[in-house]
Design a protein around this ligand. Structure first.
Ligand code: 4AD
Ligand code: MG
Length: 431
């Protein structure tokens, strides 16, 4: 099979004779002219044929095309300002590569369960493909930012012997007779690696057996986790706001067409730049009470509280210094106020909630031991982690950014299930 051209390259080849391969999305005719749309993953192309171009066999071939037929079509690239990409293809030959009979996802509306049952086909729709291209670009931008800033990509294990983020959301695995768990976070390992490499990050799948059925929760999601040696709490926030702003600007620069397919209001993204506002947990409580919530000091914020707080700002907002008892065992208490942790959540605007969680880590061995005990965790299980505090321990900080929540916010998608190719939710592990 000869190599085809990519649809997104065609605007640079007006007047050329080309061959395009892809899938038919739509067929129509008007008088003696037949049209169809073909997509190839890079774009959508209008193909036209007139009686006389390639003879009537071509017209009847086109008339018989069905949705999702795979085709190779040869013809002449012509400028056409009304078409997507500004070009159309005047067809001279057409061959069918793969037929498609009674494609189940017609352009009409389908319910979400039907679409999710057909996720293997739904990914072909223009909106889903746009979301997946945006996801890929965001992943690229995250890596580009961190690589350029001297972070070393280091890959922590996925099969782990102990909890990193609380014992209630672990997925257990039978490890040749011993219990093991799918990773909830690579953080503890990244702390070890930061003591070798200085600045490190991981970017990979993360697992939480959370009984949460919300538009923000997946059982399997992707997290990027930077970890930085000799980094205090404030510097950690600066890395976060710079990373998030870089990613937003990169997507605006490189995926504007896909954002348009998703009808994303990009004005809300254009104002994203550092610094992001910072409010303490205490101030957040005051603001929530003033807004009519009955939240008390010590309470966890749910999604209504997060949405209300984020709605008070036009860019992401850090909420910092949470009550230590709410948070993970490894978080450094504020020396000025030990009842709060040097931890911050970054809340996205427009109701998307927490996209980043981060903190300064405890670097004192005795304090870490005490915190493990308070959390009912066995110090023996964490002996290697305690070792990091024994040999050249230094203040260090890091954070975890949830890729799907970031994609949902940037792309303006209602639910994280459309931000990942095959979502794993409370009720679904199929297809
Ligand atoms: O706040 P979390 O639980 O933080 C940690 O796991 C730290 N160990 C990270 C670190 O400091 N290295 O999770 C971090 C982010 C959240 O802010 C959220 O964006 C995402 O991961 N996240 C989820 N995304 C989708 N579905 C879930 N069930 C998620 N749980 C967390
Ligand atoms: Mg969190």
């Amino acid at each position: 099979m000869s190599r085809g051209w990519r649809i997104d390259q065609l605007p640079e080849h007006i007047g050329a004779q080309v061959r395009v391969t892809g899938w038919v999305t739509h067929v129509r005719s008007s008088g003696k002219v037949r049209f169809f749309l073909v997509r190839d993953g890079t774009g959508e192309l209008q193909v036209v044929a007139r009686a006389g171009d390639g003879g009537d066999p071509l017209l009847s071939q086109i008339a018989a095309l069905t949705q999702e037929t795979a085709v190779a079509v040869g013809g002449l690239v012509q400028a056409d300002p009304r078409s997507p990409g500004g070009v159309e293809l005047r067809a001279t030959e057409l061959s069918i590569i793969g037929s498609s009979d009674a494609y189940p996802l017609s352009p009409k509306e389908h319910g979400i369960d039907f679409l999710m049952d057909h996720r293997h086909l739904w990914v072909r729709s223009s909106r889903q493909a746009a979301a997946l291209r945006i996801r890929a670009r965001i992943a690229h931008a995250i890596r580009a930012f961190l690589d350029d800033a001297g972070f070393v990509l280091a890959d922590p294990p996925i099969l782990t012997p102990a909890a990193a983020e609380g014992t209630t959301s672990l997925f257990g695995v039978d490890y040749f007779g011993d219990p093991a768990f799918l990773s909830q976070s690579g953080q503890l390992y990244l702390e070890a690696l930061a003591m070798s490499l200085g600045r490190v990050y991981s970017f990979g799948p993360t697992f939480r057996a959370e009984k949460s059925k919300t538009r923000r929760h997946l059982m399997e999601f992707w997290m990027v986790e930077p970890e930085i040696a000799f980094c205090d709490f404030e510097e950690n926030l600066e890395w976060q706001e710079r990373l998030v702003s870089y990613v937003v600007a990169d997507v605006l620069a490189h995926r504007s067409g896909d954002l348009a397919v998703l009808e994303r209001d990009t004005a809300a993204l254009e104002r994203i730049e550092p610094p992001f506002p910072r409010i303490s947990y205490d101030e957040a409580i005051e603001r929530l009470r003033a807004a009519g919530f009955a939240t008390k000091w010590g309470d966890d914020f749910g999604s209504p509280e997060e949405t209300a707080l984020a709605g008070m700002f036009d860019r992401p907002v850090f909420v910092h210094r949470f009550p230590a008892h709410q948070k993970a065992f490894y978080m450094q208490p504020d020396p000025a106020r030990p009842e709060v942790a040097l931890a911050a959540d970054l809340l996205a605007p427009e109701g998307y909630g927490e996209i980043v969680g981060g903190s300064q880590r405890i670097h004192d061995r005795d304090l870490l031991r005490a915190r493990l005990a308070e959390h009912g965790l066995d110090p023996a299980t964490y002996s290697w982690y305690l070792d990091l505090r024994r040999y050249g321990s230094v203040p260090h900080s890091g954070f975890g950014l949830g890729l799907e929540r970031l994609v949902a916010w940037i792309a303006g998608l209602e639910h994280v299930r459309e931000t990942i190719p095959f979502p794993r939710t409370l009720s679904r592990v199929w297809p």
